[in-house]
Write a protein that binds this ligand. Sequence first.
Ligand SMILES: Cc1cc2nc3c(=O)[nH]c(=O)nc-3n(C[C@H](O)[C@H](O)[C@H](O)COP(=O)(O)OP(=O)(O)OC[C@H]3O[C@@H](n4cnc5c(N)ncnc54)[C@H](O)[C@@H]3O)c2cc1C
Length: 381
Amino acid sequence: MNMVTVIGAGPAGLVTARKCQELGWKTSVLEEHDVIGKPVNCTGIISASGVEDVGIRKEVEETLMNKIRGAQIYSPNHEMIEVKKSSTVAYVIDRGGFDRVLAREATEAGVEIHLNTKMIDIRNETIFTEQKGRGGLQKSKLIVGADGVNSKTRSLMGFETNITNYVHAYQVVAKGKFDPKYVQIYMGDYSKGFFAWIVPESEERARVGLASTSKNIRKDFNMFVNEKNISGEFCDKCSSLIPVGEPLKNIVQDNMLLVGDSAFQTKATTGGGIILGIEAGKIAANSIDAHFKNNKPLKNYEKNCAELNKELRLHWKIRQFINSKNEDQLDKMFQKMNKAKIGEFLSEHGDMDRPSKFVGKILTKPNMWRLFPEAVKFMRT
Ligand SMILES: Cc1cc2nc3c(=O)[nH]c(=O)nc-3n(C[C@H](O)[C@H](O)[C@H](O)COP(=O)(O)OP(=O)(O)OC[C@H]3O[C@@H](n4cnc5c(N)ncnc54)[C@H](O)[C@@H]3O)c2cc1C
């Protein structure tokens, strides 16, 4: 019998599995697809600070495609805030390749990865699976649901989520002419409740996409690419949901726990979930170790996620605040922020993953005081 079985070979699951195995607990991963890292539903941009925080520099170097210095963020009527750094702030990675590197490392540590194996049910220590149409059984003391945004483990644990907890994303790889150092973010009609993006892989290729609460994402996407004059060959299309609700509570039940997208450990501001999912995976593995070794309650995983949840809730609060504004109000807010030189402030203090590092600092800078009324409204959301 396994001590730990992880459902899902994405970054959160693979890191949890590797660490559990390294800590001495026999671990398997079940993955429904026949290859790791396919299909790719991701832009693959991660912050340089996050990479250091969760210790994945080696894995990023192996799959690196581009280095990003900053972003141009546009309000619905094209007021632009520019965040520019003299050094790299983020990396664009080959996301499929990245998952395969994590899988290789997990296998080297001794984890068994079962491909083509879909979890269909869990009863106590028994996992029911389907492999190419055939039923199977796995036994495990503990089960980690790392099965992504549409998590079956989460449903089996009794969670009910609704459509307002997600945005729908659509992305292509476009060929054209792009500034390789800067990401562009657009708010507007075509991306209600979220934003559209152009993330360069190089001077010739970019990941172009948008996420929104709209029901017709393809129509929105066409509107966006027409407006931005992006044409030519679109390849590697992807379409998926992104969780943008509050991080879930009660993510440990009996012998099951959730990590990554399945637990809504995704930043509601940007939809990014790689770094914080990996961080959660490490916390989960340490909590599992303390449970097996020292008989500590598995529920401690929830307590151990307190710091992570603080950041995730702040992301969620910022998203609620932005979404409470109409287009006109957003434009005015961008104008005010530009007058307060928010671009310079974010260039110095911004952090893509941990807003607590800069949100508190905003009003300590005299040129930011004109944002005081907005800050008060934000506190009240
Ligand atoms: C368009 C788009 C762009 C994004 N861009 C970024 C970005 O730039 N940066 C960033 O940080 N994040 C981004 N994200 C979010 C990021 O992709 C996710 O947060 C991340 O993949 C979550 O990792 P995970 O390990 O929790 O889940 P996943 O990576 O989704 O892995 C879950 C795995 O579980 C498997 N699985 C599911 N159900 C079962 C089952 N029943 N049995 C067995 N296996 C199962 C799946 O096949 C999958 O391999 C983006 C998301 C989208 C949709």
